[in-house]
Design a binder for this molecule. Structure first.
Ligand SMILES: [Zn+2]
Length: 203
């Protein structure tokens, strides 16, 4: 529960960050972290296209460097991108200066005003520094698709059990998550559409 849907007191640790954006009508924000990865990100893009859904990809700068053609596909298909640092580093393990340098290095290849911290960890000074340049997009539902202990059915159930109006939902287009998203993502999108959710992009 704590992981799948962070409680208010956890959210309060990071002032001015965005966890959920309820709309007048039921909506969700699909997000994919840690790509771009060949074979996985293009598969996600095909699924999204099949269901006519737009999403936001929080990319790792070093992956953009390695796989620029996959990164271009994300943009060409009309999705939104965000900065997820250059080396997927955890804020609590770095001095703010070094953390920000890694974010800036990623910004050279990822032009975006959106940022999501890897592992959800940031020191307070990092939050304040980041907020000057970025909207910090956290999450309302973590599918735990990256976990080796999860099944695709489990991932689908997280979406069913925790999604509400305005939920920002986290998936991963990563090697670790591949097995689970291949089973869960199409079903999750179908279920959300059946429930009347529309899929929105951050303004
Ligand atoms: Zn990540």
């Amino acid at each position: 529960m704590f992981i799948e849907q962070p409680p208010w007191f956890y959210r309060a640790l990071f002032p001015g960050t965005i966890w959920r954006i309820p709309g007048k009508e039921k909506c969700v924000y699909l997000t994919f972290d840690d790509g771009p990865i060949p074979g996985i990100t293009p598969w996600v893009l095909d699924v999204l296209e099949k269901y006519n859904v737009k999403a936001t990809f929080f990319c790792v700068g070093d992956n953009v460097r390695k796989y620029p053609e996959v990164f271009r596909m994300i943009l060409e298909r009309g999705h939104r991108i965000g900065n997820h640092t250059y080396n997927h580093i955890q804020g609590i393990q770095y001095w703010t200066k070094n953390y920000m340098a890694n974010v800036e290095k990623a910004a050279e290849v990822i032009q975006s005003d959106l940022f999501r911290p890897p592992h959800g960890h940031m020191r307070r000074p990092q939050v304040f520094r980041l907020r000057k340049k970025y909207r910090i997009i956290m999450w309302d539902v973590v599918t735990r698709d990256y976990s080796p202990h999860m099944t695709s059915k489990g991932v689908f159930n997280v979406v069913k059990n925790y999604t509400r109006n305005g939920s920002i939902i986290v998936f991963h287009d990563s090697v670790k998550a591949e097995r689970n998203i291949r089973g869960a993502l199409p079903k999750a999108i179908e279920w959300l559409q059946e429930q009347g959710y529309t899929f929105k992009l951050f303004d």
